[in-house]
Design a binder for this molecule. Structure first.
Ligand code: C5P
Length: 234
């Protein structure tokens, strides 16, 4: 297990296991956790997770489950046995699905991963909600989904850094808030529309920051991580 609890989660958005592992060799569990998403997991599966866990990294398996409650419960239980640190589901799957997900994670036992919920994807616009027949403004809908996830017993939420402050105020200090869209001052925003610096995101109540390209495409990822870690020290 890592000695420290780094608050940075690097998004391993690579199209092959080889490239992902080449990056991983440049960093360490004391500097960052790692996020494995749908592309890399579909390509490389549980063996990659086992490799990363054996290297001592905390892994956020970002598969955003959304299915009937029984299927989600079983998938969460299966994922929980891979030794990952964090898993997630879509709050849009509904309250029964969230309760089932919580049951699935509890079946893993006392060393279970954290289970968090995505509220509304930041790629969704008000027009998307209108098309779905959701007659609510995005902020109110995000609040509704957040309340549902927390009352179903989940450990926290994935949300945009901009939503962290109001959500932290709403749900209190206990639940985790995991926020993407992070860019150190002066970094290229890439395709992120609204970014926030690590310092501001932490000040606004984020528990963990997801950051990808500013680290994965940096000439010296370990130095870049060390600099950000230093900037967010309490
Ligand atoms: O490279 P970058 O820092 O933009 O990567 C951000 C990571 O967070 C990517 O893996 C992306 O899919 C994920 N993410 C996001 N925005 C969300 C949810 C997840 O950028 N709303």
């Amino acid at each position: 297990m890592p000695v420290l609890d780094p608050r940075l989660i690097v998004a391993l958005d690579y199209p092959s296991k080889k490239q992902a592992l080449e990056f991983v060799d440049k960093v360490s569990p004391e500097l960052c956790k790692l996020k494995v998403g749908k592309e890399l997991f579909t390509l490389s599966g549980p063996t990659l997770i086992e490799t990363l866990v054996s290297k001592g990294f905390d892994i956020f398996l970002d598969l955003k489950y959304h299915d009937i409650p029984n299927t989600v419960k079983r998938a969460i239980y299966a994922a929980g046995q891979l030794g990952v640190w964090m898993l997630n589901v879509h709050a849009l799957g509904g309250y029964s699905m969230l309760l089932a997900a919580r049951e699935g994670i509890d079946m893993v036992g006392t060393n279970r991963p954290y289970l968090i919920a995505v509220t509304l994807l930041t790629s969704h616009s008000q027009e998307d909600l209108d098309q779905l027949g959701v007659d609510q403004e995005i902020p109110e809908f995000v609040d509704r989904l957040a309340d549902m996830a927390i009352s179903a017993g989940l450990d926290g939420l994935v949300c945009s850094a901009q939503e962290a402050k109001p959500l932290r105020h709403r749900i209190g200090d206990g639940p985790l808030l995991v926020t993407p869209g992070i860019r150190p001052a002066g970094a290229d925003p890439d395709d992120q529309q609204r970014t926030m610096t690590p310092e501001q995101a932490i000040a606004d109540g984020s528990s963990y920051l997801v950051i990808g390209r500013p680290i994965t495409q940096h000439a010296d990822p370990a130095a870049a991580l060390a600099a950000i870690n230093k900037s967010i020290l309490d």
